[in-house]
Design a protein around this ligand. Structure first.
Ligand code: MG
Length: 329
């Protein structure tokens, strides 16, 4: 089988998600949004799909020359080739392009063999518990404006919707008076009080706190028996995470958004910058590298908590030999 073409189709749809100045999604009025679908075509008629856009320059200048005429089952070779091409093209050939291509190739293999992708990877489980992951606080009607709002929403998520665990994303700019360690801890305490001692809770706060602010948060969460905290500081400063891990017994989960695929995760584990490693298909360049990170974590006796939802992350969770405790929803 040979790849014959790669196409990108952009379409419009109605959405209720609006973006604030920092790019966070919030519920909002219905409006028209756009999305793209990338399709890899073959000479045997089978196709692979992934939602994600690719610029015309990258499509024509890099992806088609690398992929067209080649076997779609050579996923590792294609991923390595695109990774190598990133060196002088990183602004346009970023990791999300690698993710889109890799996921479309996995999708193609699954369709061709009529098997779900986690079975192609080597299945470990068929079900994964999901945690309710809030969006960061807002000031919209019925939004997450106060610690009590987070607590009420947690009760609804756990009692009404059956989520076994809950993660807060607390207030960030441009929300007024954000960020605030004091307000974050008030929200975390209100949620712990509301759901009781047995529900696993996690925090994902503002990402640019100082070392001292991150430590104050960690100490507060130790007392509230939280399961982990992620990304309280700029992840480009690995030393800050080493410093934090040395000073708290709260598990620190990361890196999530730092560039560098499996290489960055390896350095963080080696340096003692995290207690749980982290990655999602959209952070590291696809299913292919995320499985490498799962194996890396397993080799160090460490858990990997998968970042974000979607089918790629779910397939990895179902194929990992180690426990990623939860699917993020
Ligand atoms: Mg996060």
């Amino acid at each position: 089988m040979k790849i014959t073409n790669i196409t990108v189709q952009t379409f419009r749809y109605l959405s209720n998600t609006v973006r604030d100045a920092e790019g966070h999604g919030h519920p909002g009025p219905e409006h028209e949004a756009t999305q793209s679908l990338t399709t890899i075509h073959t000479d045997e008629g089978v196709k692979g799909y992934c939602f994600g856009g690719i610029t015309k320059g990258v499509l024509e200048g890099i992806l088609k020359p690398v992929l067209v005429g080649h076997d779609p089952f050579f996923r590792e070779q294609h991923w390595q080739e695109l990774k190598a091409r990133q060196r002088l093209n990183l602004a346009t050939l970023h990791d999300r392009v690698l993710t889109t291509v890799d996921m479309a190739l996995w999708d193609l293999a699954g369709r061709y063999l009529e098997q779900p992708v986690h079975r192609l990877l080597g299945a470990m489980r068929e079900k994964v518990p999901a945690y309710a992951s809030t969006m960061c606080g807002d000031d919209l009607p019925n939004g997450l404006a106060t610690p009590e709002d987070y607590a009420n929403f947690a009760i609804w998520a756990v009692k009404e919707r059956g989520y076994p665990a809950y993660k807060l994303h607390t207030w960030q700019p441009p929300y007024p008076n954000a960020p605030s360690v004091k307000n974050d801890l008030a929200a975390c305490a209100a949620v712990r009080e509301a759901v009781g001692p047995d529900v696993p809770l996690m925090l994902d706060p503002y990402h640019y706190y100082s070392r001292e602010e991150a430590l104050a948060l960690a100490k507060g969460l130790e007392a509230l028996d939280y399961l982990w905290m992620e990304e309280p500081m700029d992840e480009h400063s690995m030393s800050s995470y080493v410093w934090l891990c040395e000073k708290t017994r709260l598990p620190i989960c990361g890196p999530e958004t730092a560039e560098g695929k499996m290489f960055t995760r390896a350095e963080w584990i080696k340096a003692g910058a995290c207690d749980l490693t982290r990655g999602g298909v959209w952070d590291v360049g696809g299913i292919t590298p995320l499985m490498k990170i799962a194996h890396l974590a397993e080799s160090f006796g460490m858990r990997m908590e998968v970042h974000g939802g979607g089918p790629g992350n779910l397939h990895v969770l179902c194929a990992m030999g180690i426990k990623g405790e939860f699917y993020e929803r």
